[in-house]
Design a protein around this ligand. Structure first.
Ligand SMILES: [Zn+2]
Length: 218
């Protein structure tokens, strides 16, 4: 069940937090809650002259800076327009950049899971989707390392790390503690010419990369 939620449906769970809107396409992305506007207002989308229009190019203080290919007709089209105007009229843009995130599922709350599950992983558009999904799974402790598999009752021959074969394979060990991984971190540090701090846990890595991207080193 959980896997299905993580795999198949994960894309549908991404939500946008509206900032300046510049990176968000008004019709094609779920920037306004759950709905994708081209599905909700198909007649208007059909009239739109620029299908990839960004949010700020259409959203104005007066409610809408529309560029239809012809006049909106009375009836269904007019109804869609009124509904759309009242829906997005409440939204306002700010100076922050647009962010993507995946809300924790309701089942996560109060089930005695470790604190990493309360961490809200911010979707990062500058990296590939598969990397975002991996990060998200790391943040939630959902990586099938041997220790986790053993706890799930899946029989693994041994629970040690397949790289060093010395220590138990936990998420922290694979991403931070293992000799091989530390070698990799040193390599990345040299490549980017930055000092890599000591990370206590994977959460610290996310906090660190967030600071790095704010200071635009990457
Ligand atoms: Zn190891």
């Amino acid at each position: 069940m959980e896997e299905r939620m993580e795999g198949k449906k994960v894309i549908n769970m991404i939500k946008a937090k509206l900032g300046n809107g510049e990176k968000l396409q008004l019709w094609n992305e779920a920037w306004n809650g759950e709905d994708i506007l081209k599905h909700k207002y198909p007649r208007l989308f059909n009239l739109e002259t620029e299908k990839n229009a960004t949010v700020p190019s259409r959203l104005s203080i007066n409610g809408g800076n529309w560029k239809w290919r012809r006049t909106v007709r009375e009836g269904r089209e007019k109804e869609e327009l009124e509904s759309l105007q009242s829906e997005i009229g409440k939204r306002s843009l700010n100076n922050e950049i647009d962010r993507w995130w995946i809300p924790s599922s309701p089942g996560d709350v109060g089930e005695g899971r470790p604190r990493r599950n309360r961490f809200k992983y911010m979707w990062d558009r500058s990296i590939p989707i598969k990397t975002n999904i991996l990060n998200w799974r790391v943040a939630r402790g959902r990586i099938p390392v041997r220790i986790v598999l053993a706890k799930m009752g899946i029989n693994t021959q041994n629970q040690n790390c397949p790289f060093c074969e010395i220590e138990p394979e936990t998420i922290e060990h694979v991403f931070l503690g293992c000799n091989i991984t530390q070698e990799l971190w040193r390599f990345v540090g040299a490549w980017w010419n930055i000092g890599i701090p000591y990370f206590k846990d994977v959460m610290e890595v996310f906090k660190w990369t967030e600071k790095l991207s704010k200071s635009s080193i990457i």
